[in-house]
Design a protein around this ligand. Structure first.
Ligand code: PMV
Length: 326
């Protein structure tokens, strides 16, 4: 029997060395390599059904039928899958995130990783992890990193085929925890796709990119040696560099809020006291506090006591994208 439907899950990820800016916007080829960990317990679950009778693609997200830009972005990705898989039929896509939207967790990474894995499986095909990662990248750059498991590196390259992500270490290699201090649940004013294309307008982008490979090597080594103090230093530096680029772009992008800065300073104080915790922020004001598991409860309870913190979410290191049902 030919398979026409499949369900897959994929976790979001948090970058330790950030992706910001493309050498090719259409192919989402990044100007620098990046490193991340997948976030266990949080996931997008997506079903794809290729249906011959459909006249256009359909997309339901968190129970709501999608139109406009949200549908278009999924339909564009389905077109990429159709071309690769040699299919004509349209698809019905049903997806849900088990984490709140606007909680400072990039849902597009998990979404496009799960859509890619489910779309390919629904066509009865098996592609290599490397190719799945390149295809996911076309939907949202950071989705390339949600295909492989655990601690992941995504390679900058000049061609579509060569810019893929690969697992560096399995999830249980180092028991890091990401505690997200949610201070604002609103949607971001400027999304990352627009941000990537304005990154080169910042006079600081060239300097950020020039030493990115060095920071990638330092974070890779710090994870390999489970050396938290080295890790913390580079992760915070890299986040600060990306936000410096954002703030000096045209138009300038200010994602930090006063509360973000307050938490960043507290995290550095707590580390000076001996807690193994550091911060990193994506394209939003919420602060990801990366810590070792033995310090996670202390960090979480301190964050929860701050009046600016609406809630905290906690995630261990997660696995790769997985097909659940075919
Ligand atoms: O995949 P995108 O286009 O949503 O870009 C993600 C950009 C950051 O989250 C800010 C950094 C990163 O490497 O994840």
């Amino acid at each position: 029997m030919t398979t026409h439907s499949a369900t897959a899950i994929a976790h979001p990820n948090i970058a330790f060395i950030k992706y910001w800016g493309n050498s090719n916007d259409r192919l989402r080829l990044p100007v620098n390599s990046s490193i991340s960990m997948n976030l266990d317990g949080l996931f997008a679950e997506t079903s794809v059904e290729w249906l011959d009778h459909l006249s256009s693609d359909e997309f339901t997200l968190n129970g709501e039928s999608q139109t406009g830009e949200s549908l278009q972005r999924v339909a564009y990705h389905l077109e990429i899958l159709r071309n690769r898989l040699g299919r004509q039929s349209k698809a019905k896509v049903v997806s849900a995130n088990n984490f709140p939207t606007g909680a400072g967790i990039a849902s597009s990474a998990a979404a496009f990783a799960a859509l890619t894995a489910a779309g390919v499986a629904a066509a009865g095909e098996t592609l290599s992890e490397r190719e799945l990662s390149t295809i996911a990248r076309l939907g949202s750059g950071s989705a390339a990193r949600s295909i492989p498991s655990g601690f992941v590196e995504w390679y900058a390259a000049d061609t579509h085929e060569d810019s893929y992500a690969q697992s560096l270490f399995a999830p249980d290699y180092w028991d890091l925890v990401d505690i997200v201090a949610v201070i604002n649940k609103g949607h971001k004013a400027v999304g990352s796709t627009a941000g990537h294309s304005s990154a080169q307008t910042s006079p600081l982008q060239a300097a950020r990119v020039a030493e990115a490979d060095e920071r990638v090597a330092r974070v890779r080594a710090a994870i390999s040696e489970r050396n938290f103090s080295d890790f913390a230093e580079v992760v915070e530096l890299d986040s600060n560099l990306m936000h410096s680029v954002m703030m000096t772009s045209n138009p300038p992008l200010f994602y930090w809020e006063p509360a973000s800065l307050r938490i960043m300073k507290l995290v550095r104080e707590w580390r000076a006291e001996g807690l193994r915790v550091c911060y990193t922020l994506d394209a939003g004001p919420n602060v990801h506090c990366i810590c070792v598991r033995s310090d996670a409860e202390t960090v979480r309870s301190r964050l929860n006591k701050l009046s600016e913190v609406l809630t905290t979410l906690s995630a261990n290191v997660g696995g790769g994208a997985q097909v659940l049902q075919q």
